[in-house]
Design a protein around this ligand. Structure first.
Ligand code: G3H
Ligand code: 13P
Ligand code: ZN
Length: 337
């Protein structure tokens, strides 16, 4: 199966009561863990690469790892996506590198500048058959740091930072984007809420009314499962007060609303780190990387399988491939029986 855009995935997900998981990849073990979980659950998937991942692993290495995964699992619908692209130059580089989907994140710019940079990204990407996600509103975590807010200040004034539904309609019309990342109470990282963990479902509903049919994307959607925090803390880590988005709220966002893509990175980091810490603490003489990265990869498989059920995307791979064919694309040989 060649890599595909997210269009056939979102076509089905919008009304289909599921969302596609977008998992961040930084190395071979993480990529293998994600793909093996999706193969076991017959789920479509988005592999996303940040600017930091490109710098850490070097794009050529990541590209070859992903190509190997695509070759190994010809039955899976896979999109390769740029996460939080900050310039049109980076978007263009990723298009040349074979990405099928890109994010341009101009959310920290004044509104008119966000419109301009997003529209420019759409122009280049669409000319190459690549789809575009842009962002409006401000998430907590890394994004609040960009504008110099404290977590306390952000949470106190959160309504002010959520995506404005009227502005969202204007933004989508003027940019021509294919999907919109919305601020609805989530934030990046492992410390998402100081007080009650709560998504702004009323805001999602309003955005769906002003932007009918536009696929919505939830960033900062790791659930930070307590058992992994407990493992990290038990084996020498220090992550007090870590808190994620409750899984029942994610399930609700994807099954009842137009959320089509859910971004998960922190939970993969947690699974890998918790397992490696456990091996180091329980087998202090261990020094063969395969004997701690291997269990780490297994932990990622378990974590991703759990997510695919929360997202309702397990079992949806073949339907996405059929939708891809309906869009006029060749049916992969795996499905030609
Ligand atoms: O939203 C950010 C993702 O978790 C990627 O993080 O920039 O550290 O690779 P990164
Ligand atoms: P988490 O930090 O919640 O995993 O969010 C990741 C993300 O939004 C990547 O773009
Ligand atoms: Zn993000």
């Amino acid at each position: 199966m060649p890599l595909m855009t997210t269009k056939p995935m979102f076509d089905l997900a919008y009304d289909g009561g599921f969302a596609v998981g977008a998992f961040n990849v930084n190395n071979m073990e993480i990529t293998q863990g994600i793909i093996e979980a999706c193969a076991a659950e017959k789920s479509p998937l988005i592999l996303q690469i940040s600017k930091g991942a490109r710098k850490y692993a070097k794009m050529n290495y990541l590209k070859h790892i992903i190509d190997a995964a695509v070759e190994e699992y010809p039955e899976l619908p896979i999109a390769i996506h740029l996460d939080h692209g900050d310039t049109v130059d980076l978007v263009n580089t990723c298009i040349r590198d074979g990405f099928t989907s890109v994010m341009i994140d101009g959310s920290h710019h004044p509104y008119e500048e966000n419109v301009k940079v997003s529209a420019d990204a759409v122009k280049s990407a669409h000319a190459a058959g690549v789809v575009v996600e842009a962002e409006l509103g401000m998430l907590g975590g890394i994004e609040e740091d960009v504008v110099g807010l404290s977590a306390e200040e952000y949470e106190k004034n959160v309504e002010k930072f959520l995506t404005d539904p009227v502005q969202a309609a204007d933004f989508a019309k003027r940019t021509g984007i294919d999907s919109l990342a919305v601020a609805i109470g989530t934030s990046h990282g492992a410390y998402k809420f100081k007080h009650e963990a709560k998504l702004a479902f009323n805001r999602i509903e309003q955005i769906m009314k002003t932007c009918p049919g536009l696929p919505l994307v939830m960033h900062g959607s790791s659930s930070v499962p307590q058992e992994f925090i407990d493992l990290v803390n038990k084996y020498g880590g220090k992550m007090p007060n870590a808190k994620g988005v409750p899984e029942d709220q994610i399930h609700m966002a994807v099954s009842k609303y137009g959320v089509c893509k859910v971004n998960i990175d922190t939970d993969l980091r947690l699974a890998l780190t918790a397992k490696i810490r456990e091996v180091f603490a329980t087998k202090p003489s261990e020094f063969d990387p395969r004997n701690y990265l291997g269990p780490g990869r297994e932990a990622i498989i378990g974590m991703v399988r759990r997510k695919l059920h929360v997202l309702n995307s397990a079992g949806k791979a073949e339907a996405v491939i059929r939708q891809w064919e309906k869009l006029g694309k060749p049916l992969p040989s795996f499905y030609k029986k």
